[in-house]
Every structure is written in structure tokens, then in C-alpha cells.
Design a protein around this ligand. Sequence first.
Ligand code: ZN
Length: 302
Amino acid sequence: MVDLTHYSGAVIDRAAERRTDETWVAARLADPESRFIPVWRGHSLINDLGTTDAVLLTGAEARGFIDHATVAPILLGMMNGHALFAIDISYLDDSEAALLGGDGHFAELYGVATQLVRDEASLLSHAAWLVQWAQKHHHCGTCGRPTAPAHAGHLRRCTDETCGALHFPRTDPAVIVLVEHQERCLLARQRGWTGRLHSCLAGFVEPGEAAEEAVVREVIEEAGVHVHDVRFHATQPWPYPCSLMIGFFAQANDSTINMGDDELAEAAWYSRDDLRSADLDIELPRHDSIARRLIDDWVARG
Ligand SMILES: [Zn+2]
């Protein structure tokens, strides 16, 4: 069994092998049993009557929006035998979106994600991720001509026959690492973070770089700490907007910290007892983040 992080582990079958069958996709779009996740200007539709839940529209509820959407519906997959699509309704104005919301409301996923069960956070993340990608790829990055969706929205193809470039959804790999030295771990606060929030060090993987190399580089750049024994732990899709966080543990060569590139405001070493203490004077990352997962798993090990 894979040990899942928040935003992963959706209950859908992605049905990747069926996306290319346009007849099948059209039939799913017309099927009254299909369901639709609306995305409005990057916001997800949430019902907060008692518990916080994702709202799925029926085919009848979604019908009018499908015809007007600037991004064609994107097939997320099959759930309980029925198709599930993401639809972009960003063209609605504020009052129209509020009306559609009914008993719920459109909210930024980041603001409500910790209140959602993992499966629903995963579905809303998946929908918002693909819609924002499609919105930003109406034109070909090679020749500038318009693109058109294919494979039920999972591919955009340049409409210029000579060019014909294919554009696929974007995922940006980033590393995040809990650095350890003699039973203490390194946590830091970035400049610009409010309050006392401290977290693991993180950064994007650069072109031509292995994730393990990015770990070594980022820790040196940010904290001046040299690490070895870089060990993979878990990954997490992080939809703000399109990262794949790759989580590691690493051992520091020594405990000297030299904050280098002005990214960090504070950095220090914390023992397991420090992190378990009621008197801990720093704030730990959100429970939906892989940063918190790395910290919690490290604390539980000792
Ligand atoms: Zn092109």
C-alpha cells in the first residue's frame, strides 16, 4: 500500500487509455450521470453546511456552462462508474458565480484544503490544476498560433498544420528536505513569512539537475549547510499552482549554519523533544503539507 499525502490518492480511475476515443468522450459529456467540477477564476465550489465538501454538478446543472466555457471540459477520469469532468466557468461575473454556488461558495482551495478529506482535496486540486494549465495555453509556445484541446483536454495541439506542436499539462518538480544532525532537525523561516512559521528547506529542481543534487544545492544556498546521505521519503502534488514536491531526509556534515542567499530570516536546529514540547516557540507547517509530513514522521521515529 502506498503511503499517500494530502492532494493525492483520488478515488478516480484516470481512464487514460480512453481519452483518445472522441466518440466515447462525447458520450460521457452527454451522459446525465456524469459529474462536473466547476472552477471559477481558480476557485473551487465548496459546500460548508456542517462539513466542508466539494460540490459536483450534475450533467443537467452543468449543461449551460459546457457550451459557453472558454476551456473545453477536461476529463478527470471515472468515479463509481461515471465520468468526472472539470469545467471552467471563469466567464461568469461575481453575482452569477454566487448564484451557481447556491448553498455553497467559491473559495481558494488553499484556504479550505485542510478542512477537506484527502480524496476531495485531490479531486479539486486535479480539476483546478488542469483548468489553469489550459487557460494559459490557448496559444502555441512554438509559433504563437491558437491551440486546440485533444485527448479530452489532456493535450493541446497547435492548429497550424506546419507546426502541429503538442503541449502537455505542466508539473514543476521541487525538492523539500528535512535536514538532520545528531538527533536534531533544521527548520527555517523564510523572509516574507508572517508569524513564527518554520519549515523544511525547499526549492525547484533546475533543468539538467537530479532531485538529489537539487537537495544538496538548495541546502547550501539557503543555509550554508553541506549534506550527505540524501534519502527519498515521499512525494506530494502541490497545486499552488503546479508543483510536485519530492520529499527527502538528509544528514548534515556539521551543525554550522550560514544563511547565504537572503531567502531565510531565521534557521535553527530542533530536537524531537523541542518539537513535542508545549512551549515550542515556533509554528509548524500546515497539516496538508509534505513539510509537516516530513517533520511528523521524523519526530515519530525517535
Ligand atoms: Zn505552433
